[in-house]
Design a binder for this molecule. Structure first.
Ligand SMILES: C[S@@+](CC[C@H](N)C(=O)[O-])C[C@H]1O[C@@H](n2cnc3c(N)ncnc32)[C@H](O)[C@@H]1O
Length: 310
């Protein structure tokens, strides 16, 4: 397997916010190309414990092939980060000093033509990060009802033309190729709107389908809550997200844990009795520098948020 093509995003800021020290116990929940893992390793070893996990088996295999010296000293786990508690238990770890997650897909996944994440090269419609999962983009595109598909595109893609797109897709089923899907989506969007777009017209729809295929928000919610639970006192939790829906979810869950009360905001009094468990370090999300964006345009939408356990 080739070396990773992924360029880590906001690496300096992430490492600084994690406040790493030699001997710490740390989780990198999204190994990807291993850029964060390698930097964390340098800072906490010798004496530290590092768990690096990814739901994509190819990311694990690539790291094993290219960094055998590091692999010997860390727990490299093929798992969804929503299982963080079980993963740690299996590694014999009760609590950790720091957790980091760099959400979404890696450049390796986007670049692999048979994975179906991208429309820049033609491929089968797949988009599964965990290739052992039963649900692929083929199912979402070809088997949901028109209304369900429109809801996915609207909710996860913030796409105002979701109904038109869903209607156009359903009329052309079955669709098997990413290029064909991208063309159908682009044709469904009014020309006047397309003229003002800076990205390909199918970008939001592809993002929405990917989120649905990997059930990303459900896993993220569980991971954030369980992650806060397994942090030691003064432990740091750093998350880098790449689109507004994801960042909103991270912000709201971190804020809810800082506030304590988990009740529905419409309730006049608290019924849950939860106490605050974290302090929010980043009142406003951190963003990459102009220099980083110029060097790695993929970083432009990154948002970094951090909490510290009370
Ligand atoms: C942006 S990349 C991480 C890049 C990494 N920080 C680096 O510097 O090379 C995101 C990785 O997270 C993985 N991932 C996404 N959602 C996941 C989840 N729910 N559980 C485990 N891994 C996940 C993806 O498979 C992908 O490899």
């Amino acid at each position: 397997m080739e070396k990773t093509k992924h360029v880590s995003v906001m690496l300096g800021e992430v490492i600084e916010m994690m406040a790493l020290e030699q001997g710490m116990t740390v989780v990198d929940a999204t190994l990807g190309g291993g850029g964060y893992t390698r930097e964390i390793y340098k800072r906490i070893m010798p004496g530290g414990m590092l768990v690096a996990c990814d739901q994509d088996a190819q990311a694990i295999t690539r790291f094993q092939e290219h960094y055998p010296d590091i692999v010997r000293d860390i727990h490299l786990v093929h798992s969804n980060y929503s299982h963080i508690r079980t993963v740690l238990k299996e590694c014999g770890i009760d609590s950790v000093d720091s957790i980091v997650a760099d959400l979404g897909v890696s450049s390796d996944q986007i670049g692999e033509t048979d994975r179906g994440f991208s429309f820049s090269s033609d491929s089968v419609i797949d988009m599964r990060m965990d290739q052992s999962s039963d649900v692929s983009a083929y199912h979402i595109v070809n088997e949901l009802s028109e209304k369900e598909l429109a809801d996915v595109i609207f909710t996860y893609g913030d796409e105002r033309f979701s109904r038109r797109i869903a209607r156009a897709v359903c009329a052309k089923r079955p669709i098997t190729s990413t290029k064909v899907l991208a063309e159908i989506v682009a044709e469904a969007i009014p020309a006047a709107r397309k003229r003002t777009m800076k990205v390909h017209p199918a970008t939001k729809t592809f993002q929405a389908i990917r989120i649905a295929v990997n059930d990303e928000y459900t896993h993220l919610k569980t991971f954030l809550t369980e992650g806060i639970d397994v942090l030691q006192r003064r432990g740091t939790f750093v998350v880098v997200s790449f689109h507004s829906g994801e960042d909103r979810l991270v912000k709201n869950i971190f804020r809810a844990h800082a506030r304590g009360c988990m009740c529905d905001e419409r309730l006049p009094v608290c019924c849950c009795g939860h106490v605050p468990t974290v302090d929010v370090v980043t009142k406003k999300a951190m963003t990459p520098s102009e220099e980083e964006i110029a060097h790695n345009p993929r970083s432009r939408s990154a948002r970094l948020r951090c909490v510290v356990k009370k």
